[in-house]
Every structure is written in structure tokens, then in C-alpha cells.
Design a protein around this ligand. Sequence first.
Ligand SMILES: Cc1cc2nc3c(=O)[nH]c(=O)nc-3n(C[C@H](O)[C@H](O)[C@H](O)COP(=O)(O)OP(=O)(O)OC[C@H]3O[C@@H](n4cnc5c(N)ncnc54)[C@H](O)[C@@H]3O)c2cc1C
Length: 571
Amino acid sequence: MEIKKYDVVVIGGGGAGLRTAIEVAKDPNISVALVSKVYPTRSHTGAAQGGMNAALGNVIPDDSPEVHAYDTIKGSDFLADQDAVFFMTEKAPEIIYELDRWGVPFSRLPDGRIAQRPFGGASFPRTVFAADKTGHVLLHTLFEQALARDNITFFNEYFLLDLIHDGERVKGVTIYDIRNGEVLFLQAKAVVLATGGFARIYWFRSTNAIGNTGDGQAVALRAGVPLKDMEFIQFHPTGLAKTGILLSEACRGEGGYLLNKEGERFMKRYAPDKMELAPRDIVSRAIETEIREGRGVGEGARAYVYLDLRHLGEEKIKERLPQVRQLAIDFEGVDPAKELVPIRPSAHYCMGGIHVENYKTSETPLKGLYAVGECACVSVHGANRLGGNSLTELVVFGKYCGMAVREFVKETDFAPVSESEPKKSEEFIEELMKREGNESLAQVRAQMGEITWAKMGIFRDEKSLKEAYDELSELLERWNNIPVVDKAKVFNTNLIEVLELRNMLELARVVAYSALHRRESRGGHSREDYPQRDDKNFLKHSLVYYDKNGNLKLEYIPVRITKYKPEERKY
Ligand SMILES: Cc1cc2nc3c(=O)[nH]c(=O)nc-3n(C[C@H](O)[C@H](O)[C@H](O)COP(=O)(O)OP(=O)(O)OC[C@H]3O[C@@H](n4cnc5c(N)ncnc54)[C@H](O)[C@@H]3O)c2cc1C
């Protein structure tokens, strides 16, 4: 097996991985390997549309990092760690200006300053954007910056297999070369996981890229690192009805309405003040409630409500929402400038992730292991993320993680590692390739998609979650009988999909497990049998990990509350 040595290995070529790698590589003496299963510019960050939040106060000068922090904490249903939120909102403006200097083509006000648009749950127009292609331009600018640094080596189209560690310290990673089927060991002093989210566990209705399968989280879990707040999944209100493809929150930010089949702006009954610009958890539940009570169009899985953009006019739609318009035309067959757009909530974002212990450095409990971006749980989003706060999180925590990693590797040596440790990953792949069995990848994955949507979706209860947990455990067993039918070594996408499915099943089961034990409703976690938020018993983060016998264990840790006492959340 080939062994290569780098001071730092970053897994993930999205916004979080690239921003971290750029920061680490500022020291030319540090070598960085950047591993990505897709070519970096195809990472899901490139699909982000609406924008990113920073209190620049360019539209309304009253905005400030403090108001941004308050909105984020309230949006989180008071589960976010408040010191971490303040850290993010205070650093956000400087990082936006840095991106501006690096060449991100932000949309402008007539006087040339960076424009800002309103977004859900925000007190002021705070979201900076580049039309509705913010993630795309952010990702490409960061990729250019990373390419410019000679001490970053790219491993494009390599798949993370395992963390090599001794329970206390990480020693590197094993990766699979998708182009030729070889397994490599990258020895490292520090490893940064930046592998993105896992909303694809909702296989049939997700805004996420097909590759958002939570590989980094699953690998961390198997290495004994706890996952935090996994029960909190965000459903985006405006997925296209037929496909679940996202229409950005910018649609409502720019003034779009939501209508039921009677043509009524129903949000007045759910969030009379903020209306369509209430946070996503509230709007998604409102839409599902309209559908359940018969005010949606159609019934069951195919039901929907409408997004109305017609009053914005064709010119504004083409200037501010060109991608949204094209998506609606291509995938739903309607032109939003002229027609109503059928929409329904779609699984979008994972608030939970790898337990970060120190928000200033992004360290996890395993020494030398860091986590940044959607795969991490810092936690700045708590029980519900505000739109536009994820891209901000990537670049703020990416930068500061990079700084911390730079210091760490200067003071640290490579940990000794025996040949047999990384060898296990190679043997695992060899066995998997030989495996025989009569289960079908497509069928098991489809069943996962049905279970997650029906039993641990927007609404849940004890019975549905128990069933989800049991049925997902059974699917995990069945995974052992899924053969890799394609025996090729070159670009074996069948093998990759089998590996991804295991990761998704493990994470989906953790979501069910955490959700089952959180007997309250908070943010994106809505229990029909416990409809109230219960601060007395559940104002705390959940941590799930495997014990020595391979059983899931659950613990709780306190939420760090510094400035804002929990209050009832009204919009
Ligand atoms: C359609 C859509 C629109 C969005 N719009 C917005 C928005 O307007 N504003 C906002 O703030 N947020 C938005 N979000 C959320 C935000 O875009 C994501 O949370 C964020 O981009 C995630 O970035 P990341 O760097 O953590 O991960 P990603 O960009 O998903 O990148 C993950 C990287 O990890 C790599 N990787 C994963 N698994 C492996 C493996 N096994 N081996 C090797 N590499 C691996 C991938 O190749 C990829 O490079 C949106 C999300 C979606 C889906």
C-alpha cells in the first residue's frame, strides 16, 4: 500500500475544506493534502443560491453583529452556544471584505457598496449575495486561492475510508483512489473533516447533491467520536414539488408569497409579523399543515402549495433570481414571471454533526482531529439554522480552524503507526469486492428514503421514531448482503454507492435514536406527542457515540448561554 506523508490532511473540497486549507497553507513550510471525492468545484457549496450573512449594515446601518447574534440564537430556538454565535457574527464582516478582495463578485448597491437582501428570521437585510449564485462564485474564488498555493496537493476523486487513530490521537486517513481502485494511506499530524451534510438520507426529497451522504460524520462515529444534536434536520420550505430541488429563500427575501389552493397567504396564521420570512422550521410546518388540512393542491406525496413571484416582474426576477427562474422552467415546467410555482418542503440541512469541543479552533475530542462546515456541530445553529448562516460558518470557522491547525502542527510530531493499521481498510475493500449476497443496493436505499421521510420527517412521534430506529437497524443488517456487482477497478461507482449507503444508514439511525430520546419540540425537531419546548429537561445538546460493544450511547451536555435567556419564540 502506498504511504504518503503530509502535515495536514483536509477531507473536503467545498467551502469549508478550501477555506481551511488556504489558511493552513499560509505557512509555506506546512504541507497540506486536500482530498475530495468529487472535483472540488462540484462540491455542494456550489449549489448555494441565496447568500451569506454578515452585519455590514450597508442597507440599514442599525444592524450589528450583536443583532445578528440575537437573531441566530432566537432562530436556533435557544439551543445554539451563544459564545460561538457571537464569535461567528463578530468575525463575519471582516471575512466578507476579505472574500471581496479575493474576487467574489458580490451584487452591489447603486453607490458601489455590497448589496444585502432580507432573509428569514433576520431583523435587517443582512444577506450578501451574487444574484442567486452565491455559493458558485464563493466556491470558485476559494478554489483559485487554493490553487495558487504550492504547498496544497489535491487528491481529486479520492474517497475517505477510515481515520487511523489509537483512540487518543489521529495519525492519518486511508483513502480510495476512485480512478484506479487503489487504497492509500495519508499519514498526518492533523486531519480536518469538511465533508458536508447528509440530508440525502431523505433520498427521495432533498435539495442536496447526490453525494451529500455524511461520509465524514460516519467515519468519525466509527472512530468513537461523538455526533451532536443529530435529531435536528432542516426542511427547506420551497423545494420544487416534483423533484425537491431548491428554490432559494431569496425568492421570499425578494418579496415572494406563499399561497394555498384558495389563493390565501396562509403564513398570516402562523407568523403574522414575519409572514413568509419566518424561519424555515416554522414555514415548513405551516406548509405541511395546510396540506394535511386539505388546503394544499392534491393529496399525499404529490400535494403542494404555491410560490408566487409574478408581482416581482420579469426584469427583477431575471436580475436577482435568474437561476431560480431557470430551475422552475427546467424541472417544474413553469415560468415564475408568469405562473405560480408548485412547491413543498425538502430535506435541506443538518444542524447536527461531529462534536466540536472548542469553537475557536474547531477541535473534536480526538486529538489532532478537527471538523468544519456542515459536517461539524459547533453549535451555532442549534435546533434550526437561519438561511445564509451556513456559508458564513464555513469561511469564519474554516479560517480560524486553519490558524489553530497551523500552530498545532508546528508543535507536534507525526504519531508512530504500524503497517497493519491502515492495511485494514485495504482488506475491507478487498472483502467488499468479493462479497456475495442477494440484497439490492437500490431497494435498500429506497426503503431508507421511505422510512426517513415518513417516520422521522417534519413531524415525528414516539411510535414513528421507534419504528424508524428498528427498521433502519434492520436495513443496516441487510447492507451486509449487498454485493458490489461491478467488479471493475476503474471508476467503480457501484462500490462508492455501497460505501455511501452504509454511511447514510448509520447516520439515519443516529438521527432516529437522538430524536426518539428528545421528548420535546424545538426548532426543526417537531414531536407531535410533545408539542412544547421543554427547557427544564431538554435545554441541552445530545451526544451520540458507539460504546465498546458497538451499541449506540446517548449523553447530554449543557448549552452555553451567555447573554440571552431563553424566551418564547414568536415571529
Ligand atoms: C441547494 C442548496 C442551497 C443552499 N443555499 C445556501 C445559501 O444560500 N446560504 C447558505 O448559507 N447556505 C446555503 N446552503 C447550505 C450550504 O451551502 C452548505 O451547508 C455548505 O455549502 C456546506 O459546505 P461544506 O464545505 O461543509 O460541504 P460541501 O460543499 O458539501 O463539500 C463537501 C466536500 O467533502 C467532500 N467529501 C465528502 N465525502 C467525502 C469522502 N468520503 N471522501 C472524500 N471527500 C469527501 C466532497 O467531495 C466535497 O468536496 C445551501 C445548501 C443547498 C443544498
